[in-house]
Design a protein around this ligand. Structure first.
Ligand code: ZN
Length: 310
């Protein structure tokens, strides 16, 4: 079957026609920040119509960058983005605009489905996937089913696992989350308050993971300490996820994985040393599909009867 896929992030949306494990065509639309969801839907309608007229899709799989209730196809919380989204009826939009049924899922869950169906986690049934980027996505599959829970928010808040009691305030309302301690948005805040930052090679430029890893490799002390701090945060979140979801495999995706050669061996060692898994060792691997993962996740989203793991 051919399905239209939408992967809606904070600053852009990718629309695609997907058949099985193949992306037939795709188009990315840049969206201004703080755009209402209704305006974003208007912006993605033309490319979706174009794809639909070429490929005749049977449904729309929609990945959204916030908390969602897949059973009702409603967005339940948006963490500051698309503040009108909770009131938007996506099912009606898809039916009225395209005459198609719609399935909604959180974008990180959809990316895990994609990696499970066509990427790094093929053949696995028990997986946790972390996406390290501007924020941190952390989602889980147990026994071949996405973990969703009573309020549809189990197994989807891996970035908001607290890793310290004396940490920063997070955008989710919590304190000391993995995301507020080591993600793209929090990294500049952490760096600027780090002892010695003003004298480090990082001070004059923009603080990004790319710069921090690059200066650490060149021997800058503050950059090295920041890398070490972030690795420990990601390691602690990994152990928490292992203890919560009992996976065989941890999959890591996201833009920060340009430094996979440093991150993956560290997390693998950290998990080996700190997780209580008498049955063996949880494997740690890189995601394979990049931005295509969420798009390819729409096939199993439509084809499978996805049951709830409580
Ligand atoms: Zn948080």
């Amino acid at each position: 079957m051919t399905v239209l896929a939408v992967d809606l992030g904070g600053t852009h949306a990718t629309c695609a026609a997907v058949e099985g494990r193949k992306i037939l065509a795709s188009e990315t639309v840049n969206l201004p920040q703080s755009l209402p969801l209704a305006a974003a839907l208007a912006a993605i309608a033309p490319p979706l119509h174009k794809l639909h007229s070429t490929w005749t899709a049977e449904g729309i799989g929609f990945g959204f960058c916030g908390l969602v209730d897949p059973n009702r196809a409603r967005i339940t919380s948006t963490n500051g983005k698309y503040t009108d989204a909770v009131g938007v009826d996506l099912t009606s939009w898809a039916r009225e605009e395209f005459g198609l049924p719609l399935r909604l899922e959180n974008d990180a869950r959809l990316a895990l489905l994609g990696e499970w169906y066509a990427g790094a986690a093929r053949g696995e049934t028990d997986i946790v996937m972390f996406t390290l980027g501007t924020g941190i996505g952390g989602v889980a599959m147990m026994g071949g089913h996405l973990v969703r829970g009573k309020h549809q928010q189990a197994g989807v808040l891996g970035g908001h696992i607290p890793v310290t009691l004396i940490g920063r305030r997070c955008t989710c309302g919590g304190v000391g989350c993995a995301e507020s301690e080591a993600s793209g948005w929090s990294l500049p805040l952490i760096a600027e308050s780090w002892p010695g930052f003003a004298d480090s090679a990082l001070a004059p430029g923009k603080v990004t993971f790319e710069n921090v890893f690059a200066w650490a490799a060149k021997g800058d002390k503050v950059a090295q300490q920041l890398v070490d701090h972030c690795l420990r945060v990601w390691g602690a979140a990994a152990v928490a996820a292992v203890h919560a979801f009992d996976p065989d495999l941890l999959v890591y995706g996201g833009g920060v994985m340009k430094s996979a050669a440093v991150i993956l061996p560290y997390v693998q060692d950290y998990v080996r040393q700190n997780a209580w898994t008498p049955w063996g060792t949880v494997r740690v691997t890189a995601a394979l599909l990049g931005n295509d993962a969420a798009l390819l996740g729409v096939t199993p989203l439509f084809e499978q009867e996805l049951s709830v793991v409580r």
